[in-house]
Design a protein around this ligand. Structure first.
Ligand SMILES: NC(=O)c1ccc[n+]([C@@H]2O[C@H](COP(=O)([O-])OP(=O)(O)OC[C@H]3O[C@@H](n4cnc5c(N)ncnc54)[C@H](OP(=O)(O)O)[C@@H]3O)[C@@H](O)[C@H]2O)c1
Length: 347
């Protein structure tokens, strides 16, 4: 990794800031780095790997000489910049929903489907931050007892909606405590002392796009188009870490001891499940950690083949920046930075 030239597009945002932190932790010798954002941030100075760099506006020729472009901007901006970066010779690792469901774009969580990086054609996408913990917990179980159905209710932090939403939660909390009115701007409704049963826009089905993303992306990453998924995605007044109550229905009954054993062996998953002692994952504790935490593991009383889980992960790390860096590491490890001639698409 250390000889590569990388660009971080969206370096001033919530995910970009975490990318910088993770590069400092995992790749402190990386030297050739470009920090890019919009014209609003051009000239801002940020420190990475001990050097102060000037943030540049993302012009069309910003990707010259770049090996890997980590793009963490809005879907619309990604849609425009992704192909420009690829044309300049970079491999794009994109955090937005712009390319995730395109058949020629691998959608990757390395612990689950790392081999999918081998058929990239220039762009690799990471999933939505609420999907990643679902596949991290579901994958090892699905390997031994195929999952038929997933029901998810999420409790998603405001940082999932970007840096502006984090500032909004802080400001609104002060306003409401001071007896004032909260004015929503980054989020659709008041978030202080409230929960919002809406993330992204509504579809004719009555589900939101966020909920549909969880269904479509889970099936693509797990190579399991047959899994039925129903999600309710909710924004909660938490700064960092998304939580989810998951109900998994398997093909056969699933003994709890086996669930615990399989989850404990899954790289990137940590079982924290001792409710009697007050041990279960919570977003405050999980913020800053790399692992997906699983607790409250129990039989689902409503179905003989069902189990219920409580899953929490840092949406800015495993849900975004860490997953992107792990994809870059996977590309280097498998020596497939350059697209291979004939793609063998996922099944
Ligand atoms: N937050 C999460 O947990 C999470 C998880 C997974 C995926 N994602 C996805 O990652 C992407 C970024 O999310 P975020 O939470 O980091 O958002 P954010 O905090 O709002 O940051 C957005 C970044 O995009 C930059 N930007 C805006 N317009 C640009 C342009 N025209 N050219 C270049 N850069 C531009 C901004 O730069 P300025 O400072 O100059 O405005 C800023 O650095 C989104 O697509 C999001 O859906 C986020």
């Amino acid at each position: 990794m250390q000889d590569l030239t990388i660009a971080i597009v969206g370096a001033t945002g919530a995910v970009g800031t975490e990318l910088i932190r993770i590069i400092e932790q995992r790749h402190p010798k990386l030297r050739h780095i470009k920090l890019l954002a919009s014209s609003r941030s051009a000239g801002k100075r940020l420190t990475i790997n001990g050097r102060e760099l000037v943030v540049q506006e993302t012009s069309d020729d910003a990707f010259k000489g770049v090996d890997i472009a980590f793009i963490s901007v809005s879907t619309e901006v990604s849609r425009r910049l992704g192909p420009i970066a690829v044309a300049a010779g970079a491999v794009v690792i994109d955090d937005s929903s712009a390319f995730r469901m395109q058949p020629e774009v691998p959608l990757v969580v390395p612990e689950v489907n790392g081999a999918d990086v081998t058929w990239h054609q220039g762009i690799i996408a990471i999933p939505n931050c609420s999907t990643t913990p679902v596949v991290m917990a579901g994958h090892p179980l699905h390997q031994v007892n195929p999952i038929r159905r997933i029901t998810a209710a999420t409790y998603q932090s405001v940082s999932g909606a970007g840096a502006a939403a984090v500032a909004e939660l802080r400001a609104q909390t002060r306003q409401v405590l001071d007896g004032g009115q909260a004015t929503p701007s980054a989020l659709p409704n008041q978030i202080a002392f409230n929960v919002i049963p809406r993330i992204d826009s509504f579809l004719p089905s009555g589900y939101t796009r966020e909920e549909q993303k969880m269904a479509d992306e889970t099936r693509k990453i797990m190579h399991a188009p047959e899994i039925a998924v129903s999600a309710t995605c909710v924004r909660v007044p938490v700064s960092i870490s998304h939580s989810a109550a998951l109900h998994l229905e398997f093909t056969r009954p699933m003994p709890l001891a086996e669930v615990r054993k399989l989850l404990a062996r899954m790289p990137g998953v940590r079982v924290l499940d001792n409710p009697e002692a007050g041990e279960y994952p919570m977003p405050w504790d999980v913020a800053g950690a790399d692992e997906v935490f699983v607790g409250r593991i129990r039989q689902d009383q409503s179905h003989p083949n069902g189990i219920a889980l409580w899953v929490v992960s840092d949406n800015l790390r495993k849900g975004a920046a860490l997953n992107s860096i792990q994809i870059a590491e996977e590309l280097v490890r498998r020596d497939c930075l350059r697209p291979r001639a004939s793609p063998s698409r996922h099944k």
